[in-house]
Design a binder for this molecule. Sequence first.
Ligand SMILES: CC#CCNS(=O)(=O)c1cc(S(N)(=O)=O)ccc1C(=O)O
Ligand SMILES: [Zn+2]
Length: 264
Amino acid sequence: RKMQEAAEHNMKMHPMWQGPLAVPGGDRQSPIDIVVRKSVFDSQLKPLVTDYDPQTCQQIWNNGYSFLVEYDDTSDKSTLKGGPLQDKFRLCQFHFHWGESNAWGSEHTLDRRLFPAELHLVHWNSDKYSLFEEAVMEDNGLAVIGVFLKVGKRHEGLQKLVDALPAIRHKDSVVEFTRFDPACLLPSNTDDYWTYHGSLTTPPLTESVTWIVMKQHIEVSHDQLAVFRSLLFTSAEEEVQKSMVNNFRVQQPLCGRTVRSSFT
Ligand SMILES: CC#CCNS(=O)(=O)c1cc(S(N)(=O)=O)ccc1C(=O)O
Ligand SMILES: [Zn+2]
């Protein structure tokens, strides 16, 4: 009930979350609940091939919904291919979604199970398009890897990112952030995943995403997640400061889509 109230509160409070509950006529919206026993094994699905160059990491900023770590995507230096994908995709940013408590926060769910947070690595199809802005409008334009976070042992690789967050507490703050290898945030097993065709979970909610949701989660410590919650939705000038928490969209109807699995 508390999660529902938190999500409803967000609908009211933040323009972003007041965005359409579902895009009118949208029949492939995200996130969704992944009903594990209804996912269909597809032996044609290949292992993911990520090739990330930490030198392409540029900055970290608070965009008023989440914090984004942005990469130089002007050449094919940090790429994703394989898995369900026919083309090569360029990493442009990664970000997270989380709750005010460890009881909820993820966007996707597994058999309705909520996780405290979810990582999204956003890539665009550089074989077919020359800019992110073009790709984001096309149905094979984007590929987003989703990784569930659980609270447990401290994630050593994440700490460099956590240490940068106090500098971007307020909306629209940005700091230089370099030499961060996003591969350190992937689980050890990236061969097992679910994949389905969906959308961005934030405006413009365009139905251009091939979602690749990892079966294996990563662990972060309670204290690391608490620093996420110290961020603010609001800019420094605003008199009322609002904690950046519960920045997730509620699950959307499957509308007959099939979720495929790369594993049995
Ligand atoms: C035009 C346009 C756009 C959306 N940008 S994004 O794809 O990087 C993105 C994607 C997602 S998600 N949750 O769909 O991966 C969330 C947030 C963002 C963002 O810019 O803030
Ligand atoms: Zn996201």
